[in-house]
Design a protein around this ligand. Structure first.
Ligand code: ZN
Length: 490
């Protein structure tokens, strides 16, 4: 090969700049109510009595002509990496005419069907309907393929907003009080028609305004977000949640939203409260993409780095429900599938019981990073950090704190994700929770607290640990993402 050609090749590998394309699609995936539908997120046995608004899969596909990426949002409590996300990706590759990377994030909706299994008739009976799950996976795969087939030349618009009113909608129920209220937006606009193809909104909050008493299926505040955003911009609206651990939520009397129609605060846990929040977030997103600070890209490139990893399954409750097939997720030991079940003595809430547990040590999950580059710069302009669960915001933004009463008061801090994301020079950082998995809360080791005395001398145990795989997860996840961010800048 002649020397000048080698130079050209190297340039192509580094920056394959091309015109962006985009396509979008959405499908109604509301489960039929001809059999019991268990609503996920609060207590057991909350069956649906009707439908307020649809459960959706919503997909925006973005392409640089070579790398095709599907940004998929689903109005679900979560989807496990295994079996569901892996199976959906396989189905897409079978149906699609070209390769595509499928990224699926659940909104963490607390008013939709139980897709994990934990909210069935009793704690020992699954709430997951496998017949619905098979249909759902098929619908998600077809939605992605449809969006891919609709690719057309597009301008990508990147924008963000961090007005104080967004923070007013996020309660933070656990120390330290760290949260980020920044809303990030990726909009794709058709070059041909000037119309919006799709808009992805990323913001952190639990979709649980409606609370634990509601029996109507809904996507919670996302329903109003989708409707208002599509009214304002057109195209398909997609929502990706952020760092919502620790616990970022709009649920509670202390969070009041003003209803301009009545002049009063909207009633707690009402559809009206959800509607006002969703509409407001949509209006902020629509303003952001129209603002002067928004960045418009016709050309550039995309890069996706995904890293499968094993996360230790320490939580004994999860081991028990896995053995009872309440949750349907494979476990591994030293990288090999491990189907063994054994009897063991367990102490839960002070009571020692004999229980069947899965003996495998780890679950398989995935972390990822997506980078969007402009035609001009070697540094990414936008990053998506794909985090497979509900991460405590201090693990993303900094502020991990040592408290008296913690179980591991001297544990080293995990690497803070934003410290590394900033080094890439990216102006827009989308922090994505429940990306391609839902492993539960991701908690700093030095804040972990299962044994009394309780954190910061509180009278009661903190909430979070019971819905976490364990204290080892945070280090595995954060080190995994940091390794990808370093690979990006090498
Ligand atoms: Zn949650």
């Amino acid at each position: 090969m002649r020397l000048e050609w080698i130079g050209v090749l190297v340039l192509l590998l580094v920056a394959p700049v091309a015109a962006f394309q985009a396509g979008a699609s959405k499908r109604d995936v509301t489960p039929p109510l001809d059999r019991p539908v268990f609503i996920a997120g609060f207590g057991n046995n909350r069956t649906a009595t009707g439908v307020h608004d649809p459960i959706w899969v919503r997909c925006l596909v973005v392409s640089d002509g070579k790398t095709n990426v599907a940004f998929v949002g689903v109005d679900l409590i979560g989807l496990f990496y295994e079996p569901d996300v892996v199976a959906i990706r396989q189905q897409v590759q079978k149906l699609a005419k070209k390769p595509i990377t499928v990224l699926i994030a659940s909104t963490h909706n607390h008013e939709g069907p139980d897709t994990l299994g934990l909210w069935g008739p009793t704690p020992f009976q699954t709430g997951r309907d496998e017949k619905y799950m098979a249909w759902l996976r098929e619908q998600i795969a077809q939605c992605v393929v449809e969006a891919l087939e609709r690719l057309e030349p597009a301008t990508l618009v990147l924008a963000k907003d961090n007005r104080k009113e967004l923070a007013d909608l996020q309660l933070d129920s656990r120390l330290p009080h760290v949260k980020d209220h920044t809303l990030c937006v990726l909009q794709a606009v058709s070059k041909r028609t000037g119309r919006t193809i799709g808009t992805l909104v990323n913001w952190a909050n639990h979709p649980e305004v409606l609370g634990s008493k509601n029996r109507l299926l809904s996507s919670d505040f996302c329903w109003a977000l989708y409707e208002r955003l599509e009214d304002l911009l057109g195209g398909v609206a997609v929502f990706w949640n952020g760092a919502i651990g620790g616990l970022i939520s709009p649920l509670g009397e202390e969070l009041k939203v003003h209803d301009p129609v009545t002049g009063q605060p909207a009633p707690e846990a009402s559809f009206r409260k959800a509607e006002i929040i969703g509409q407001f977030v949509a209006e902020v997103a629509a303003e952001a993409v129209k603002s002067k600070q928004a960045l418009r890209l016709d050309k550039g490139s995309l890069r996706v780095l995904l890293k499968p990893l094993f996360v230790p399954l320490q939580n004994p409750r999860f081991r028990v429900v896995a053995a009872a097939k309440v949750i349907n997720r494979p476990v591994y030991t030293k990288g090999k599938l491990d189907t063994r079940v054994g009897e063991t003595k367990l102490t839960l809430d002070g009571t020692t019981i004999s229980a069947k547990i899965v003996l495998g040590e780890d679950i398989r999950s995935e972390v990822g990073v997506v980078a969007i580059y402009s035609a001009e710069s070697k540094q990414p302009v936008a990053l998506f950090l794909l985090i497979p669960g509900e991460i405590y915001p201090e693990l993303v933004y900094g502020g991990i704190t040592r408290y008296p009463g913690a179980d591991f008061p001297d544990a080293p801090f995990e690497p803070v994700l934003m410290d590394y994301a900033k080094k890439t020079g990216a102006k827009f950082v989308f922090v994505v929770g429940l990306a391609n998995d839902e492993i539960g809360y991701i908690i700093p080791q030095c804040e972990w607290d299962e044994q009394p005395p309780w954190l910061n001398n509180a009278p009661e145990r903190p909430y979070g640990e019971v819905n976490s795989v364990g204290w080892k997860a945070a280090r595995v996840i954060n080190e995994g993402i940091v390794a990808l961010l370093k690979a990006l800048t090498r």
